[in-house]
Design a protein. Sequence first.
Length: 518
Amino acid sequence: MVPAADGSPLITDHYFPRAEGDFPTLLVRSPYGRGLPWSPMYGPLFAEQGFHVVLQSCRGTGGSGGAFDLWRNEAADGQATVSWLREQPWFNGTLGTIGPSYLGYVQWALALDPPPELRAMVVQVGLHDLHALFHAHGALRLETALAVGTGMTYQHQGMAAFLRATLRLRRRLRDATTARPLRGAYVSALGGEVPWLDEVMARPDAKDTYWRGASLAKAAERLRVPTSLITGWYDVLADQTFEQYDRLRRAGCETALLVGPWTHASALQQGWPEVFAESLAWLRAHLYADPSGMRPTRVRVHIGGENVWQDLDDWPPVTVVSSWFPTAQGHLVQQAPTDSAALVSFCYDPGDPTPSLGGPLLSRTAGPRDNSSLEAREDVLTFTSPPLSEPVDILGPVSARLSISTDTGHADVFSRLCDVDPQGRSVNVCDGLGRLRTDGQEPSQITVPMSSTAHLFAVGHRIRRQISGGAHPRYARNPGNGKSPLDATTFIPVRITLHTDSVLVLALRTRSSGPALR
C-alpha cells in the first residue's frame, strides 16, 4: 500500500529479479488494474531483464483508495509514489517509466516536474491531450468516447468484467449512437451512468475551463529525460505521438520514434515483438548505459503498400509537396483548375448517416479495410487517379484544402486517402474530419488535416480521394441545423457542394530519405 498525495492507499505490486545485484526501477501506473495483460507484459517480463517493476493501480481503481478522476490526481500521485520509492532499500536511485495509452498519460503527468531520479521514459501509443482524444475540430469522437468509458469503468475490475462490458457495448452500440437526443443514451450500453463521460462529451471547446490542466503538452516542451515514442499508423493517438515527438525535438530532448502498421490495440498484440524490443533497448541504453541494442537512426517507420521498414534521421523527413485536384468526371489529376466553379454536390442526411469504416479506432474494426461498399453510396464522392506508371511514395503529413458551399450553413466534411489496387479493392490509408459553417451558397475554405502516413502506391495502383459528410459512429453526426449533436432531436439534410479549387496535398519522399530496410 503506497500512500497517494491525499493519503489514499494505492495498491502496488513489486516484481524483481531473483538475483543479487543493483537494479534500476520501472514505474508503471495504470487505471486498468494489475491483472491481464499488464502483469505479464510489464511485471515478470521486464523483471527477468534486470529491473524492479512497480505496477500500481491509480487512485480509485483496481482496489486503490480514493476516487478516480480522469486526470486531476496523476501528477501528485506519481510524485508521491516516487517519494515512497526513495525510502525503499532496493531502490538505487535510477528510475524509468513505461506503458501505453493512459499509462503514457501518467508518465507525462510525472514529467511536468520530473524527479531527478527519472532517467528514461517509454510512451507506447500514448496520450497527453484528453480533449483531443474525445473531440476533433468541434466534432465528438463518439465511438472512441464510448470505448474509453467502457475501459475506464470495467477493465480494472478484471478481464471477465471487461469482456462482458465490451460485448454489451458492441451489441448496443447502434442504439446508443442513433438515439435522439444523444445525451445520456449510452447508459444501457455501458451498464450505468458515468458522470465524467457526460462531462467530456458535452464540452467540445478545448478552451472550456473544464479542460484546464487536461493537456500535458507543456511537459514535453521543456523535458530533458530521454523519451522513446511508439505508435501505429492506425492508432487513434498517432497524431498526439507526432506532436509529442515534435515538441521533444524542439526542446532538444533525446528522443526516438517507432511507427508500425498497427492500431491502438494491435501495437501491443501483433506488434509486441517490435514494441518490446524497442522499449527494452531504450531502457537498457539509459538505465544501464548499454546502447548495444539501439538502432542507428532516431526514427523508424513501416512503409505501407511495400511492407518494409524505413530508418529516418527525423520526422517528418525532407519531402516535396504534391497537389492533386478533383475533376467533374471523378478523376484525380495534378493539373490545377483555372477557376473555383462548383464541381459536384451530394446530400448528407444525418437521419441515414454515412457510416465509418476502419481507420484509427479503439475497436476491433480499426485499421485498413476495403472501402468498396462505402464508396458505392450516393453520399460518398470519390476522385481517382489513372493507373500509376511509376510508384508514388508518400512519407509525411497529408491534408485536404477544400472549397465547400452548403444550403444549410452547417456541415462536417470527412476526407480520406485510399489505395486502389488493380483488382479495384480500395483500402484506406489515412483520413480526417473538419467542421465548417458556410455563408449561404458562397464557398468557404477549410483545411482538413488527414494525419500522416508512410505509404507506397505501386505501379498499376490508383490514388483515390474520398469525400463525405461524416463517418458515423466514429464521429457524432452533424444535425445540419447548428444544434448540439448531443441535444438535437430534429435533423436537416444538407447539400454539400465541392468546388474545383479543392486540393489534396501529399508529401512525397525524396532521395535524401534513404533506402528502405527489407
